[in-house]
Design a protein around this ligand. Structure first.
Ligand SMILES: Cc1cc2nc3c(=O)[nH]c(=O)nc-3n(C[C@H](O)[C@H](O)[C@H](O)COP(=O)(O)OP(=O)(O)OC[C@H]3O[C@@H](n4cnc5c(N)ncnc54)[C@H](O)[C@@H]3O)c2cc1C
Length: 441
């Protein structure tokens, strides 16, 4: 039996013991959105997918969504989400639960424990986890996309065999370290150095804002192997921080949102990395980084989708049960306008993300400007939806007794992480500059 069917079976089995809450009705009502399936999928594997990859059908994807909803209803309740936010601590037992459910290797090879289901599936999982808890989902994405998928795409067979099974099982935690305190948007100006020594490289420098950094067992780290080489002087390395003398997590950052998704500042003080842990080519790190960023933006664009859905999950029942002037507030046209805007923004963002993910799955085409566009659009709409949700809830929206404030604080991250809104606009603008270069000369 394939891993895919095992996932469905495992999730189905546990679903039978789960109680159905009234919120499941809301889940079903707004959970599924299917893009027109009139296009006959091209069934071929692209280099961005495991060998023999076949794009999932829309009914496979709908089933996956339902199974993930069952998982979140059971394991990522509002209590878990609220507690994660309030304590600012990741619930570590969640890694094994996500692993048992088969959710940590959605895009990875079946032979290392993955599901090989592609990017539409990964976006669905990311959306549904974000709907339950923005911060658990952010850590999930750093693990399953930034680390697992980077290893899947760029690792050699030995590296995949060594690292992916434990990461996919959830017994090891993954992260990716690219940003530094002095180089965020201008990532190529990074200063972390990797100097060649006998048998490998020595890493010196520091990395900032690294999701899962305080907990990680495996980190994909970018460093300069040729400081004079600019973008052609960067290499990616696989680092095992817990067994690497010289590595420290200097501090865990105290953030306004995404609390409980542990973010760290990491220091590399002459950390030895064996040469077999070079990921991709020496000085070829920018290709790894940029391609990784495209797919990272695509999968992360499903985060704001989940948060917009979460805002509707809170606002709709509240607006229909809260009465003022003897009338449910949802019947006032000014509030109907807000609810309609929230709903429309969600559906438009969802359509963009899933169209792009489907193009990657079915045609192997990754358009940088659309990966940036999908997250640019969804992230800004999610902040707006979260603000509307607070407004609809009135005084209750401004308290920490309701999830609205958490949704807003979590949503804002998506305008900053994985490249800011300004940088995404720059990326789209540059694509036009290239396309229309002949008219500028
Ligand atoms: C919670 C969180 C998690 C993160 N996780 C990770 C992770 O796991 N791994 C990792 O490597 N990084 C991670 N990051 C880092 C993130 O990618 C950077 O914060 C982001 O790229 C922005 O860089 P910066 O913070 O240095 O901002 P800066 O680059 O200093 O930007 C500051 C402002 O200037 C604007 N700006 C910069 N350049 C331009 C320009 N050319 N034109 C117009 N405006 C410009 C920006 O848009 C922004 O508004 C994370 C960040 C956060 C907050």
């Amino acid at each position: 039996m394939s891993n895919k069917s095992l996932l469905f079976r495992a999730l189905l089995r546990s679903a039978t013991t789960a109680t159905r809450s009234p919120s499941s009705i809301v889940h079903r009502q707004f959970g599924a959105f299917s893009i027109s399936s009139s296009i006959t999928p091209k069934r071929y594997a692209s280099s961005k997918h495991p060998k023999g990859f076949e794009p999932p059908s829309q009914s496979d994807l709908a089933e996956l969504r339902e199974r993930v909803q069952e998982f979140t209803r059971r394991e990522m309740t509002e209590e878990v989400a609220s507690n994660t936010d309030k304590t600012n601590n990741f619930p570590h037992e969640m890694w094994a639960k996500l692993g048992d459910a088969g959710l940590l290797g959605i895009t990875a090879d079946e032979e290392v424990g993955g599901l090989g289901m592609g990017y539409q599936a990964h976006c669905i999982v990311m959306e549904e986890l974000s709907r339950a808890s923005g911060s658990i989902a952010l850590s999930y994405a750093a693990h399953s996309q930034l680390c697992v998928n980077q290893l899947q795409l760029n690792g050699n067979d030995a590296q995949k065999q060594k690292y992916l099974p434990d990461l996919i099982a959830g017994t090891k935690v993954g992260a990716l370290a690219m940003s530094e305190s002095g180089s965020g948007s201008d990532v190529v100006s990074m200063r972390t150095r990797a100097t060649e020594v006998d048998g490998g490289y020595v890493l010196t420098g520091s990395k900032m804002w690294i999701t899962n950094g305080p907990d990680a067992d495996v980190i994909v780290v970018y460093a300069k192997t040729d400081p004079q080489g600019g973008s052609k002087g960067i290499t990616a390395f696989i680092v095992e921080p817990k067994s690497s003398p010289g590595f420290t997590c200097l501090r865990k950052l105290d953030k306004m949102g995404m609390r409980g998704s542990n973010t760290g500042e990491l220091v590399f003080d002459n950390v030895f990395v064996p040469k077999e842990n070079v990921l991709g080519q020496i000085n070829g790190g920018v290709r790894v980084l940029m391609e990784g960023l495209d797919l990272e933006r695509l999968v992360l664009s499903a985060g704001p989708l989940g948060l917009m859905q979460a805002a509707l999950d809170v606002a709709l029942p509240y607006a229909h049960s809260r009465k003022q002037f003897g009338t449910p507030i949802a019947h006032f046209q000014l509030l109907q306008g807000k609810l309609a805007d929230m709903y429309t923004k969600l559906q438009a963002s969802r359509a963009y993300t899933f169209t792009i993910a489907r193009t990657v799955d079915e045609h192997g085409i990754i358009r940088t400007q659309d990966c940036a566009g999908a997250i640019l659009y969804a992230a800004e709409r999610a902040t707006e939806c979260a603000l509307d949700c607070i407004q609809i809830l009135g005084g209750m929206g401004y308290t920490e007794e309701m999830p609205a404030s958490r949704i807003l604080r979590d949503a804002k991250l998506y305008e900053i992480g994985a490249g800011t809104s300004e940088v995404r606009r720059m990326v789209i603008g540059r694509a036009f500059n290239k396309e229309y270069a002949h008219l500028s000369n």
